[in-house]
Design a protein around this ligand. Structure first.
Ligand SMILES: Nc1ncnc2c1ncn2[C@@H]1O[C@H](COP(=O)(O)OP(=O)(O)OP(=O)(O)O)[C@@H](O)[C@H]1O
Length: 247
């Protein structure tokens, strides 16, 4: 497996507290990976570092075939390099239709004048239909986003991220607040997306992680505690201790 993302010995401290402690691990180009760990393990900080929101004190984060360092890029450059992040709460434009939300997310010139003058072409509409189909919202394209269910809003936001054609998608607790049926659909969606890109899912819900059926990285105190299948990591005495609060 050649790595798409490689985190090399990163550390970061907040007011003297080491939130990330010499963390190293790699994600393959078409891989689904779950990152789990107790509260405060460093999962959010890890995503903040990859997306350029937080700068590590030491170490490096390398991305792509050319192993470019993300630490020399700002957040916008990292997004353009192909890293998309889905936050826990959906942030779609509630008063716009599903199609309008997807149109706004297409890769287009970003300067204000160009945005004002922008008229979607037939190709843009075709791409919107493709994105809606990809996230299971083909029947909802004319609906106002605010009327969608929580799960549908999450899928719409994933569709908006896909419009940017990311090579790595970071997804924060996708299962939270979803119905059982929505969780199942989300599992299928994430697994399918990971066939052609890397998808990293940070998740607390172990049932959901089991359904993802992928390699799992357990973080604890800002470092990798265990890695492997869910059965492998949950049988690890160190992981059991940490989850039972004895770590
Ligand atoms: N900006 C900050 N300032 C100070 N401390 C911080 C900051 N960001 C994170 N921390 C601390 O770093 C540690 C790791 O936090 P982080 O949010 O990355 O953990 P997490 O694994 O995402 O936890 P959770 O599962 O609760 O979301 C925590 O102890 C947290 O309090």
């Amino acid at each position: 497996m050649s790595a798409l993302l490689e985190v090399r010995g990163i550390s970061v401290s907040f007011d003297g507290f080491r939130a990330i402690n010499n963390l190293s691990f790699a994600i393959g180009a078409a891989e689904l990976r779950a990152v789990i760990g107790p509260n405060g393990a460093g999962k959010t900080t890890f995503m903040d570092i990859v997306t350029g929101k937080t700068r590590p004190d030491s170490g490096d984060v390398l991305f792509g075939e050319m192993a470019r360092s993300l630490l020399r890029m700002n957040e916008a450059q990292i997004a353009r390099a192909g890293i998309g992040r889905k936050f826990q709460r959906p942030t779609v434009f509630e008063d716009q239709s599903v199609a309008a939300n997807l149109i706004m997310a297409l890769k287009k010139p970003r300067n204000p004048l160009a945005v004002l003058r922008f008229r979607p072409s037939a190709t843009d509409h075709a791409r919107v239909a493709e994105l809606a189909a990809e996230v299971g919202l083909s029947a909802q394209t004319d609906r106002i986003a605010g009327e969608l269910s929580h799960g549908q809003k999450q899928w719409l936001e994933i569709g908006m991220l896909l419009a940017q054609e990311p090579r790595l998608l970071l997804v924060d607790e996708p299962a939270a607040g979803m119905t059982v049926a929505e969780r199942e659909q989300t599992t299928r969606l994430l697994r399918r997306l990971a066939e052609t890109r890397a998808v990293v899912v940070v998740e607390h819900d172990m049932d959901f992680v089991r359904r993802l059926d992928c390699r799992v990285t357990v973080l604890h105190e800002g470092a990798v505690l265990a890695e492997g299948t869910l059965d492998h990591v949950t049988a690890d005495p160190q992981v059991i201790d940490v989850y039972l609060g004895r770590g």
